[in-house]
Design a protein around this ligand. Structure first.
Ligand code: NDP
Length: 422
């Protein structure tokens, strides 16, 4: 019997719920809780329509995950064994606090970010390690695709194919087309904050900063072809260089089309990517038919964060699936030595947007994140990934996870001693 709660009801959470419901032999009691209960109910409706999860006890609830007391009340009432956090990175710490208070284990897919600073690093969450260890609770950090599968691929390479890993390049290509002028594939606010910050990579014991998207080169992706790929900072580099100290160079590359970059440039230049508050004189929101008393002001000064406002007018990533074609290709290109000989290794998954949509109603980027989140939960529930403390995914045995990737819709391919282009 496994009793789990998932927080968030967005694109990634919708995929994760579908995969949980497809694995009724593992999960028995499942609560979906989010800021708006109706979104949780929509997910349940979609599971019912697909005839999955019929033998599970599925419930829904409203919760503001910024509020530790609300979370504690919900956890005390439902008594989950594990909380899968698929809300936003802003809520990581409040959810971890509530988990500690109520004896709940924890899993997420993105590291904590303060709302007022586009800056992410693991230190905030690693600082919980002693408290989780003392409480006998497991926290699994970054269990999506990247971070997530990228770390598991690296752990698998280190376990089976290398004595020492020297160079690690994580390559993330979205070769799909959603046929919109501009849209982001996951939460626009989080996505734009990530892409517009400075690049960072690791070389010979140092972190080297670059201007945003300054370094780029053409890389070839299986079944997709050549795509311009941009060096970015990505959170898993921080844990991977710590956990694999033989690494001399670690970088993360992501593809962007020229049109996307042109729009992004405009968004930045006109100030719409700002994350500070600005004052705006807005018309009062009054119900239709309501007549304001004479002399009553018809406008009010409000504070808005331009990037949050932009999110409200951009296409919802959850609605992109229907017309999305093409596929994603994400993998690790690794150089190192085995038995005194230099070797290269490339392990990757390609995921077709339309197949993801047919199965879950969501596009490939949500799919490649939601499936690993479910597998991480499965690893915990089966007792395969359990150790008190706060851990990144590469701290656990990669083998059972890799086996499940093949069974749960994200099969992987290995290339030995090929040209890594990097
Ligand atoms: P969405 O914005 O679609 O979903 C986030 C969900 O969290 C929404 O349902 C939202 O509610 C809910 N939420 C937001 N704030 C609160 C709150 N205070 N209390 C309760 N619920 C809240 O995002 P995605 O599904 O695209 O992304 C989910 C997570 O996955 C993000 O953290 C993202 O960074 C991460 N991610 C990780 C990847 C990886 O490979 N590791 C790749 C892609 C994403 P509402 O519906 O009301 O807005």
């Amino acid at each position: 019997m496994a009793r789990i709660i998932m927080i968030g009801a967005g694109g990634v959470a919708t995929v994760c719920a579908h995969k949980i419901a497809q694995n009724e032999d593992v999960f028995t009691d499942f609560m979906i809780a989010s800021r708006r209960k109706e979104k949780c109910d929509e997910i349940v409706k979609s599971l019912k329509a697909k005839g999955i999860g019929q033998n599970m006890n599925i419930s829904t609830a409203q919760v503001d995950a910024d509020d530790v007391e609300q979370l504690k009340a919900l956890f005390s009432d439902f008594r989950p064994e594990l909380c899968i956090n698929l809300a936003l990175p802003y809520q990581d710490l409040t959810i971890m606090d509530a988990c500690l208070a109520c004896g709940v284990n924890y899993l997420d897919t993105a590291n904590y970010e303060p709302r007022d600073e586009a800056h992410f690093e693991y230190s905030w969450q690693w600082a919980y390690a002693d408290r989780f260890r003392e409480a006998g609770l497991t926290a699994i950090l970054g269990c999506g695709f990247d971070p997530g599968v990228s770390g598991i691929y690296t752990a698998y390479a280190a376990k089976h194919h290398f004595d020492e890993i020297h160079n690690l390049d994580i390559v993330d290509c979205n070769g799909g087309n959603h046929h919109k002028a501009f849209a982001t594939n996951f939460n626009p606010e989080i996505n734009i904050r990530e892409i517009t910050q400075k690049g960072l990579y690791y070389k010979d014991g140092e972190w080297i900063e670059t201007e945003p998207l300054e370094i780029h080169r053409t890389l070839t992706y299986p079944s997709i072809g050549p795509r311009e790929s941009y060096l970015m900072h990505h959170e898993e580099l921080e844990s991977l260089v710590k956990n694999y100290p033989t690494i001399r160079q670690a970088r993360f590359w992501m593809t962007f089309g020229q049109q996307y970059l042109t729009y992004l440039d405009v968004i930045q230049n006109i100030g719409m990517s700002r994350i500070d508050e600005i004052e705006y004189e807005a018309p009062l929101a009054v119900d239709e038919g309501t007549v304001l008393p004479e002399g009553h002001p018809t406008t009010a000064k409000v504070k808005i964060v331009p990037l949050q406002f932009l999110k409200a007018v951009l296409p919802n990533p959850q609605d992109l699936g229907e017309n999305y074609d093409g596929e994603t290709s994400i993998g690790c290109r690794i150089k190192g030595v085995k038995d005194g000989k230099e070797k290269t290794y490339y392990v990757y998954n390609n995921c077709k947007h339309q197949e993801a949509y047919k199965e879950t109603g969501m596009q490939g980027v949500s799919y490649t994140t939601g499936v690993p989140a479910m597998i991480g939960a499965m690893m915990f529930v089966k007792g395969l990934w359990r150790k008190p403390g706060v851990w990144n995914v590469e701290n656990f045995d990669p083998d059972p996870f890799m086996e499940q990737l093949n069974q749960q819709g994200l099969p992987w391919v290995e290339v030995f001693d090929g040209d890594l282009e990097l």
